[in-house]
Each structure stands twice: as C-alpha cells, then as structure tokens.
Write a protein that binds this ligand. Structure first.
Ligand SMILES: *Cc1c(COP(=O)(O)O)cnc(C)c1O
Length: 392
C-alpha cells in the first residue's frame, strides 16, 4: 500500500508547494526526480543496508509488561530510541543523503532548533564525506550547546541566525536564503514531514520503515499484524507518520497523535497546532498552524524542543480532517510524569517528546484484550537537566 499526495503534493486541501519564484528550480528538480530515485532497486538496497548495519534496525518492538499491568492492557514500545544518534530522525537523514548523492549534490544544508536534526544531518554528512552547513538560531546555539559541539565534532559548520528572536523560524529563513544562493550543488535536508512538496511525502516514505517493522514484529509476537491502537507524539509529525503509515488503510487500527499542550491548550503557551490552529501556509505548505487574525505566526511553547513548532505536516492536517486520526494533547507536567512512570516501571528513559505520547495512556480507555503500540521516538539523555529539575 502507499499513502501518497497527488502529483502537486496535495492531501485533500492541504499540502502543495507555496514557494518563492527563486526556489522553483530547486524544488521542481526534486519533485520530478524523487520517486524514480527512491523506488530504484539499487537505492532501496543501499538504504536498507545502512538502516540495518549503521542505524541498527530493526529497532525492537518490546512488550512492556509492567506498564501494561498499570493500564490493564497490552502495551508494546517501538524502540526508535535505540537507533544510532538516539532517535527516529536518522531514518530520514540516511534516506535524504543517498538521494542528494544521486542528484549529484556536494553540499548539505539544514536548519535545527534543539539540534537533534542537526546532529542526525551532520552524522550522515560525515558518513558520506559531504560538506554540511547547519543553520541554527543564536538563542538555540546558546541553550543547546552539547548538540552544537556534537555537530562541530562531526565536521559540520554551525551558522547562528541573528534575525528575529533567533530561534527555529529564523534558522529556517536563513536556510532558504542559503538554498536560493546555492541552487546547483546544494541539497536542503528537511527534518520532518513539513515544507513544500515533495518533502512531506519523501520524509513519510523514509520514516515508514517504522510501521513496516511494527507489522511483522507484532505478527511474530501476537499472531496478528494489526494492533488496536498506535500512539505517537507529533511536532512536525515525522515519527507519527512513520508509525502510522502502513496502517492508514486498516480502518480497525486507531491512530492517535499527541500534541504538546505546553502549559495547556487554552493557556496561550502551547504548541497544539491542530487544537489551536487554523488553515494557512507555513514553510511552503498549506496546513494547520497557530496564527493570529492577521496571519502572523503565534510563537509556540512546549517544554520539549522537538515539539515546539507552530505548524503540523500537511498529511496530518488531512488525516485529522477526515477523521482517520484522533488528536490528543499532553501538558509539560503530564509528559514529565509519564517519563518518570516509564523509567521506573521499565527502566527506559524516554525523550521528552516521546513522553507526550506516553502521557496519553491515562487519558484513554482500553480493553484488557487491546494491543497498543507506543512509538518511543527518542531517548532521554538530552533531557536530563529538565528531568532532574523535576526530581527536586
Ligand atoms: C525531533 C523529534 C520529535 C518531533 O519531530 P516529529 O517530526 O514530529 O517526529 C519527536 N521525538 C524526538 C525524539 C525528536 O528528536
């Protein structure tokens, strides 16, 4: 099966490519070539070889017995936290670096907020011997120093963005400017199912390895490929799209996306872009985003840097609009509580982002016979400072 947008990148009314004229040639080259390249047998072989021997896939699907007992059901954890570099992001950067090579590109640019996507990009650039430039807001450079140092050790050049409030949005603008100025030799490596077509589809297809594995791993352990529920946190939406992808046509599987409520969806300090969003264009795609009456983007807030984004991938806006996904939310406090619960019951410290998915468990009603898969998108090492503060 294949969940794909139309030729122009639309999922219903969402998606498309709303880009400045100056970017047209770059995006059009990608649009015309990406499917032929990634569907090529040699490409797929190399992609899966690296996922297996470099990333460490398949990531385990682990039956969490003590967590299951707590909620009176059967809970399986998809362990993306065990991937090389600590999250699902590497699945996409491996795919895109191979694509960039096929396109004959020599230089990779990316934008990053918390630095996780920057690290995953710098990693594959080191692996392939490609030049790597990561744009990062100056504010973020200061507060995410360990990831900045990782990127530098990997050989990437980190360029602090000095405009606006010097965070992710400003880094994104700098990356676009960079791409416009370097149209022939540079690939823009986007880190989630966002941006102009074909990025949302491209990233979804690379991340779909997550649900491809869940199907056979469940079959092996339960006798059936289909769970009753799949839960994932949602920032831009790439780990959720990866975990949902191969279940979209199976109506019996309930797909639950969990947004970051921040201090609460009605608090004004939130990143719940579906709950609080309206239709508009962000980063080149029509989708749901948090904006005021004048169409100005409202600054998002979440304790989790990876979910602190004012929009959502267009495919998620669509799946929600047709009722295929259920969108819940979790506050900062609920996520921290859920992270401690998983840690103390299973000995697994999840990323703060993944903790939002776990925080939906107490809000749901399960049957004792249900099979529930929670995608653990990343590990919590990067969040220890936040967790330790909560311990005090
Ligand atoms: C970046 C990140 C996310 C959020 O990105 P999505 O594209 O929504 O998946 C979630 N979890 C972890 C661990 C991350 O690093």
């Amino acid at each position: 099966m294949s969940f794909s947008p139309d030729e122009r990148g639309f999922y219903g009314q969402f998606g498309g490519a709303y880009i400045p004229e100056m970017l047209y040639a770059n995006v059009e080259e990608l649009r015309l070539k990406y499917l032929d390249i990634i569907n090529n047998e040699r490409f797929q072989k190399e992609f899966h070889r690296l996922l297996k021997y470099y990333v460490g896939r398949p990531s385990p699907l682990y039956y969490a017995e003590r967590l299951s007992n707590r909620y009176g059901t059967h809970i399986y954890l998809k362990r993306e936290d065990l991937n090389h570099t600590g999250s699902h992001k590497i699945n996409n950067t491996i795919g895109q670096i191979l694509l960039a090579k096929e396109l004959g590109k020599k230089r990779i640019i990316a934008e990053t907020g918390a630095g996780q996507h920057g690290v995953a990009t710098a990693t594959v650039c080191a692996l392939m011997g490609m030049d790597c430039v990561v744009h990062m807001g100056e504010t973020d450079v200061k507060r995410q120093m360990p990831n900045v140092l990782r990127m530098k050790m990997l050989g990437a050049k980190v360029i602090p963005s000095m405009s606006g409030n010097r965070t992710l949005k400003d880094a994104g603008n700098e990356a676009i400017r960079d791409w416009i100025n370097n149209p022939t030799d540079t690939h823009y490596l986007i880190g989630s199912v966002v941006g102009p077509h074909p990025y949302p589809d491209l990233v979804a297809k690379f991340q779909s390895v997550i649900s491809e594995e869940i199907r056979w791993q469940l079959k092996e352990q339960t006798g059936s490929e289909l769970p009753d529920y799949v839960l994932a946190c949602i920032g831009g939406g790439s780990n959720a799209m990866g975990a949902f992808y191969h279940f979209i046509d199976d109506a019996a599987v309930k797909l639950i996306a969990v947004e970051a409520a921040g201090l609460g969806v009605d608090s004004g300090e939130t990143a719940a872009s579906i709950a609080r969003g309206t239709d508009g264009v962000i980063q080149g795609a029509r989708t749901k985003l948090m904006q005021n009456a004048d169409g100005q983007i409202i600054e998002p807030y979440s304790i989790s840097a990876g979910l602190d984004y004012p929009g959502i991938g267009p495919a998620h806006a669509y799946l929600h609009s047709i009722g295929r996904t259920i969108v819940l939310d979790a506050t900062d406090d609920e996520a921290i509580k859920a992270a401690f619960e998983l840690t103390r019951l299973e000995g697994i410290i999840p990323a703060l982002e993944s903790a939002h998915a776990l925080a939906a468990l107490p809000k749901m009603k399960f049957l004792s016979s249900d099979v529930v898969v929670v995608n653990i998108s990343g590990r919590g090492d990067k969040d220890m400072e936040t967790y330790i503060k909560a311990l005090r």
